[in-house]
Every structure is written in C-alpha cells, then in structure tokens.
Design a protein around this ligand. Sequence first.
Ligand code: ADP
Ligand code: MG
Length: 313
Amino acid sequence: MPLDEFALIRHFFSPPATRADVRLGVGDDAAVLAPAPGHEIVVTTDTLLAGVHFPEDLAADAVGHRALAVNLSDIAAMGAAPCWATLALSLPRVEEPWLAAFAQGFLALADDFEVALVGGDTVKGPLGITVQLIGQVPAGAALTRSGARPGDAVMISGPLGLAAAALQLRAAGRPVPEAAAARFDRPSPRIAQGLALRGRASACIDVSDGLSSDLGHILTASHCGATLDVEKLAAVAPGEAFSGEEALHLALDGGDDYELCFTCAPETAARLSGDPALGGCRPLGVIETRAGLRLRQPDGRCEDYRGHGYSHF
Ligand code: ADP
Ligand code: MG
C-alpha cells in the first residue's frame, strides 16, 4: 500500500523543530512564525519543473537540494538571513525511495543554513516543486538591484559558466569534470557572501539565467550601463574542454551558477577580497552612465554585447 497524503507528509516532511522562532510548524492549517524585532521579512518563491529546470532523470537528492538552493540564492542576493521554507510538491506517483532521497537532499541543505521547513502542499500531477523561502534582514538593510552608480566596480563572487558547461558536456555524451557536475547538481548558495555585502554593495543579484542577462537587470533597475573586461571574464570562465571563445560565452550567458554579481565603490572592491567570507570575489568591469553592456577586448577595443541568457518566453 502506498502512503496516503498525510502519512507521506508525516513521514518525509515533518522534521524535528530546530528554530525557537517557529511557534507552529507542519501540521496545522498554517505556520506561525515570530520575526526578530527590528527586522524586515524577505520572501521569495521559485518553481522547478521536471524537463524544464532539471533533467527528468536527475538524482532525487539533487532535485531536493536544487529546489531549496535556488531560493537560498535569491535570499543571499538580498543580503538576508534565510529562516523558514514551505514546499509545494506535485508528484506523478508516490515512489518512496525517490521521496526519501528528495527529502534528504532538501532537508540536509535546510539544516546547513538553519532553515526550518514549516509547511507546504502535496498534490498529484506532473513532477514539479515550488519552494517559498522567507528570510529576515535588519530594517532598511536589504540589497537591491537599483543602487549601482557610475564608477562602481562590477564584481562576481566566484567562477561562472561551470554549470552550463556541465549541461553541455552531459548532453554531448562527453565526460563531465566533477567540479562542473557538482556545480549543476548541488549549487552552493552564497548566503555568507550576501550577509557580508550588507552595507558594502550598492546593488546585488544572483546569477541564475546568465551574467549578461542578470547584470542587465541591475543596469536596467539602476539606469546605467557597464563595460566588462574580456581578460577578467576569462579568469572566471571554465577552462577545461572549451576554446577561449566558447568559455567566454559560457561565462557571459551560461545559467545556473548561483554566484552573486554585485556592484560597489572601487575602494570597497579592493577591501572585499581580504574578507574571508568574500575571498573568492573578483572584479569584472565598471558601471558607466551610458546604457547597455559592453566588452573590452585585450587591445582596448570596446563593443556592444547582446546577451543570450535564458528566458522562458
Ligand atoms: P490544508 O488542507 O489545511 O491546506 P494540508 O492537508 O494541505 O493542509 O497539509 C497539512 C499540513 O501539512 C499543513 O501544515 C501543510 O503546511 C503541511 N504540508 C503539506 N504538504 C507538505 C510538504 N510537502 N512539505 C511540508 N509540509 C507540508
Ligand atoms: Mg486547512
């Protein structure tokens, strides 16, 4: 006999209480949460559909990890601390080993970031997962997309294009280096980096659709443009198995990296690489008054760049 809906929720999605600020978690009509005084609530939601956001045959624990990780990444980009999650699951059938692995992937990452699963919904349908994640930030301290100013440095928290490289190599049946595979299957949300950027970054976004597209959102929201240095991009692009040109396009347009792209004053940029939480961050270019995104070649030539990041429609 397969588990019924309520047994399934009890069995897989009722983890022991971990946070004192959860007055009421899974099991009632809604959760009751106690925000910290002086803080603002930061809320995000992401849906992952099989065949759209992850391959149908991706390991169940990786699906669980990704479903929470993509939401943690949005909370990181706001400079917020993640606190509470809800999980809406659409399942074609009750397959206990799959559910056990999915729950393990989800709850292990939740534990790593002290996130409590406080509710959700479970329905029958095509495989899809919607997570809502709620975080907190001291009032007024959230990072946004709209604060970049001409003269600010454009920074990235880590390497780019690795997750897209893994997908491309996998699709071509070629060997996938371990670091690239892990990057797609188990992205590491940059929560510590987001917290360290409070009061220092002028704008911030997480790179989910691709750098050109996501930095484009900062430029639009901040009413400015940017020039990125091809040589600096090469330093964060995937090396193995790709030509210089391919690697550059993976870095500029590859999605699923979940690094933070942020802007800050040039003096701040120099200091940030000394911060242990931000040890891996690097400059990529500069914010300018003139709208649009440009690339500077090693010989100094600048040209407009039109991105090819992911868009659903
Ligand atoms: P209701 O019918 O009142 O909306 P449900 O029967 O859908 O409640 O859910 C019962 C309880 O289990 C609720 O507390 C709900 O938040 C929780 N829940 C349902 N599905 C999940 C899930 N996949 N993960 C975590 N909690 C869940
Ligand atoms: Mg109810």
